[in-house]
Each structure stands twice: as C-alpha cells, then as structure tokens.
Design a protein around this ligand. Structure first.
Ligand code: RIB
Ligand code: NA
Length: 297
C-alpha cells in the first residue's frame, strides 16, 4: 500500500449555496448553509485515503467543537491523526460562497493552521517513512519548507500545490519533485497566462509540473519530454470546492503505485470529476471503487 503523509491545513468550511455570488455592497438571499470539513491539506489526505493509500496527516486544529469534528472526520475516512495537534484557540475556517454553476469564492481564516510554523520531534521520522509528502500553502511557509527539506533528505517524493498563490522562495522549489498549480496559480508564479508556456517556465525550477485546467483536464510537463494534455470527463458541476485537492490526492496514490503518468492523470481526473458532482469538499471525495468505475483509459 502506498504510504502518504500530508503536511497542511484543516478548515471547517462554512458554505453558503446561492444562485449568484453577491457583488461588493450587495446582499443576496442564498438557498442553503452547510458546515463541512475542508482545508487543502485535510482534503488531500481524505482524497488519498479514499483512493486507497495509507495516509497520515500532520496539522493543527483548535480546541473548539470544529476541531473535534475535523479530527473525527479525518479518522472516519481512514486518515491517521496521531500527528494532528490540538492547540489553544479556534480551528481554521473557510467562508465559501458556491454559486449555481458550482463555482466558488473563498476567504480562509487560518486559526490553528497559523500555529503550524515548525515540525515537532516525530514529524521528520514520519515523513521519512512515506512514499510521498503532499504540501500546500495554507500553513506558514517555514513548516512547508521544513517538511520539503525533510522529505528530500530521506528521498521521499514531494508534491506541492502552490495554493493560495504566493511568491515562492527558490530554496523551497528546489526541494519539490512535482508542482501542481491550477492555471491561475501557474500564471501568478510565472507572470505567464498561457499554461503551456507557464509550465515550461516552471520546469526551470522543478522537474515535473501538472497544471490543472478545471473542466478542460490537465497539462503535464517534464524536463526533456513533450507536454501531455489529459482531458477530464465532462460532468455538470454542483460544487467544485476541493476538486483540485481530490485530483492531487488521487494522483499521488496512482504515482505511488507506479502507474504510467498518462494513466495516473486520467485516473485522478476521474476522481476530481466525481467530486464536483457532489456538495462539500472532503465529503464529496470518491472511494477507490468509484474512481475505478468512472475511469476511462
Ligand atoms: O481547496 C479547497 C479548500 O480551500 C476548501 O476546503 C477550503 O477549506 C479552502 O482551504
Ligand atoms: Na464537491
């Protein structure tokens, strides 16, 4: 079984479902409100566990009721939470508006995630025992860097989702094997809007890049190889929150199983397509048997 460690955020998603998101100064009446587990780190952990990996999460929740729910939610999906600390204060929250096209806008309040600025004893050993370490940018950069460094020191594959977008120090990118931005993050990192050209520019800093393109699928680029485009199954989106995290979690599992890259990408795209057809982030993520049933080579 592939062993994956995720170092990252855990948020309670406070989601308002509405026909159309309000403009500044506007008030609209929504349809439904839900609190559902999310956070880019926890989402990737759940996606990978449901896709068939043994997963451990390094993170932090607050000592509030959200913290308890977030921890048990991870455990119910089979994620090991021995390295998930509980800290004084509120858990991370994400304030999300989802419109009738399944699109969203999100404000994240880091809460407990903001305390995760270094590794503690035991974290490095756990990272060193993994096949892959998954990283995102919803915790302090100092911890992301420490995690990537520890993984690199132990020869563990590192996969970074550069979200939310921000400038990244070259020393961090030097420890990353696979970067998985969406098209906006790829543009923010490079100043180049064309995804193929942006991916090509990113290859100067990392050996492999996957740019996710939403309903259009994804673009894979590696040093010394022709770029590869893999389409996504066409589905009608209900809630795309966490679709990118689903993709990355499933991709990490497939790569850990040493499946060929094109196959791994198509399998991950099938997982993401399933997740956008259901509400919520973590809650909408498919299990391995569902992905296998949806996957078309
Ligand atoms: O990537 C989706 C996630 O971003 C949501 O679950 C929300 O918590 C925000 O962190
Ligand atoms: Na979803």
């Amino acid at each position: 079984m592939t062993h994956i460690v995720v170092l990252g955020s855990t948020n309670m998603d406070l989601v308002a479902y509405v026909e159309k998101a309000p403009q500044r100064g506007e008030t609209v009446t929504g349809r439904e409100f839900r609190t559902v587990p999310g956070g880019k780190g926890a989402n990737q952990a759940v996606a990978a566990a449901r896709a068939g990996a043994a997963v451990s999460m390094i993170g932090a929740v607050g000592n509030d009721t959200f913290g308890t729910r977030l921890r048990t939610g991870l455990e119910h999906s089979g994620v090991n939470t021995d390295h998930l600390r509980t800290v004084e204060g509120p858990s991370g929250t994400a304030h999300i508006v989802v419109d009738d096209e399944g699109g969203n806008s999100i404000v994240v309040i880091p809460g407990a995630n903001g305390t995760l600025d270094h590794l503690v004893p035991g974290d490095e050993g756990l990272i060193g025992s993994a096949d892959a370490l998954l990283l995102q940018l919803e915790i302090p950069l100092s911890a992301v860097r420490a995690g990537a460094r520890a993984a690199r020191a132990h020869g563990v594959r590192t996969i970074l989702t550069p979200a939310p977008a921000r400038p990244l120090p070259p020393e961090l990118l030097a420890d990353i094997d696979l970067l998985v931005p969406n098209e906006h993050e790829a543009a923010a990192l490079t100043g180049i809007t064309d995804p193929v050209a942006a991916a090509d520019a990113l290859l100067r800093q990392v050996p492999q890049v996957v740019v996710t393109l939403g309903p259009a699928g994804c673009l894979y680029a590696a040093r010394g190889a022709e770029p590869l485009t893999v389409p996504a199954p066409q589905v009608s989106a209900v809630d795309s929150t966490g679709a990118g995290d689903t993709f990355t979690g499933a991709l990490a599992v497939a790569l850990g199983e040493e499946r060929p890259v094109r196959e791994a990408l198509a399998w991950a795209a099938a997982a993401a397509a399933l997740s956008v057809q259901r509400e919520g982030a973590s809650a909408s993520m498919p299990y391995r048997s569902e992905i296998d049933a949806r996957y078309r080579p």
